[in-house]
Design a protein around this ligand. Structure first.
Ligand code: SME
Length: 160
């Protein structure tokens, strides 16, 4: 059994350090990328408060394709360069969006989403996936969240 509950007032640095450690432990020795992404989405969901969606889009044949996630059903395919996820994948840069309604081309999958954090997962110099977090709170994500999810992405890049 895996039980990773965290008090709401846990400092971000500690929260994300523990998330990366748990992610490492949970995916170690498992070669199935889908199983690992499914567990990682569940881990993010348990560690990071105030989310309405958490999961993966994978780069497949030059577009993003929905991967394992927690949340409402989402759009399946996103062209590179479109929306917040496609922008992160095309540029290789984290997208920290305080207000999704102000982001040109934002793709609304869940009308509850108000802010979003998308972090590219890079393997051998290529973006192979993005980790996407949505929140129903405006400006939910800060630099500490971006750094934490970037550290997670680096840790699991060879396991998905
Ligand atoms: N909002 C994203 C689409 C994915 S959903 O948030 C799950 C975007 O603009 O790329």
């Amino acid at each position: 059994m895996f039980d990773f509950s965290f008090p709401a007032d846990t400092p971000d640095e500690e929260r994300y350090r523990e998330l990366a450690n748990a992610a490492d432990a949970l995916t170690e020795g498992e070669a199935d990328g889908v199983a690992n992404m499914a567990n990682l989405a569940a881990l993010i969901w348990s560690f990071v408060p105030d989310l309405n969606w958490a999961g993966f889009y994978r780069v497949v044949d030059a577009e993003l394709v929905l991967g394992p996630f927690i949340g409402r059903p989402a759009c399946i395919r996103i062209p590179l360069g479109q929306g917040v996820c496609g922008t992160a994948a095309a540029t290789g840069e984290t997208q920290l969006v305080a207000d999704v309604h102000a982001f040109p081309g934002h793709i609304a999958c869940d009308s509850a989403s108000e802010s979003e954090l998308v972090v590219p997962v890079v393997r051998d110099g290529m973006v192979v996936a993005v980790i996407d977090l949505d929140s129903p709170r405006k400006a939910r994500f800060k630099e500490a969240d971006a750094k934490g999810i970037e550290a997670l992405a680096a840790r699991i890049a060879t396991r998905i």
